[in-house]
Design a binder for this molecule. Structure first.
Ligand SMILES: [Zn+2]
Length: 257
């Protein structure tokens, strides 16, 4: 069993989250993406950490903006998605869906989560019971489809949902309040969702992060993981459609919400 890592989540930019993982025993220090230099540098300085790795999820500017500056300051290694390697600043090594690698004894599994971009990947740390899903799965939501299609995004969400229920899900953005307001329009009789939506209003009033969430909570309340649910299907008048078609309809409605 690998060492327990400390995980620090902090706001960056408008609504992004930065995440740093640290293994005090080995000195392994990982930044999941690099949305903005200053908040990441502040956390590293505050915790007296030297960054050893950046794990990039996808090529969007709000996920790679600080790659070059952090690499210059820390000489860290940058690992990113193979399908987007030409677009990741400073990339040293690329990985793809199904790959597993180890950093200082920490096992990391790569899950392909296409749809938002064609090559986006998530990083699953089984020993930490945590997945870093960037712009694929959000609390009560899923990423906007920019480069792929609904079938890809459905697949991405299903791959993440297959992780153990207790897995903590860290996502790239704090979009939960708007996601909750949309979710109750799709699944209005879901008691667990209604309770959660209330709690989220309260948390956001206080400025408290709603992440990380867990796979188990998302399976119960996230409409993008509930395309099989008879009540949702009835509400959408899609009783005989495939899960993928129902998912696509929910995604299209969220785009218009
Ligand atoms: Zn993105």
């Amino acid at each position: 069993m690998a060492n327990k890592m400390k995980i620090f989540q902090f706001p960056c930019r408008e609504d992004n989250y930065g995440v740093i993982l640290s293994d005090p025993e080995t000195g392994l220090v990982i930044s999941i993406d690099a949305p903005e230099e200053e908040p990441i540098a502040d956390v590293l300085e505050d915790k007296r950490l030297k960054l050893t790795h950046i794990l990039t999820t996808h090529h969007h500017g709000d996920h790679v903006a600080a790659n070059a500056a952090l690499k210059a300051a820390h000489a860290c290694e940058i690992i990113g998605p193979k399908k987007e390697e030409a677009k990741i600043p400073g990339i040293d090594k690329s990985v793809d869906h199904g790959d597993t690698f180890e950093l200082q004894g920490q096992r990391i599994e790569v899950i392909g989560t296409p749809g938002h971009t064609l090559g986006q990947i998530a990083y699953y740390f089984p020993d930490q019971k945590a997945v870093f899903a960037a712009d694929a799965m959000f609390a009560l939501g899923c990423g906007r489809i920019f480069e792929g299609d609904a079938a890809m995004m459905h697949l991405a969400m299903q791959r993440l949902a297959a992780l153990p229920d207790e897995t903590k899900v860290y996502a790239g953005h704090e979009y939960t309040l708007s996601n909750a307001r949309f979710a109750v329009t799709i699944d209005p009789e879901n008691k667990a969702l209604i309770e959660r939506a209330k709690e989220i209003e309260h948390l956001r009033d206080e400025g408290t992060p709603t992440l990380p969430t867990t796979i188990g909570v998302e399976k119960e309340t996230n409409p993008f993981l509930r395309a099989h649910d008879p009540k949702i299907r009835a509400l959408l008048v899609m009783e005989s459609a495939t899960d993928e078609e129902v998912f696509a309809e929910i995604r299209a409605r969220k785009d218009r919400f």
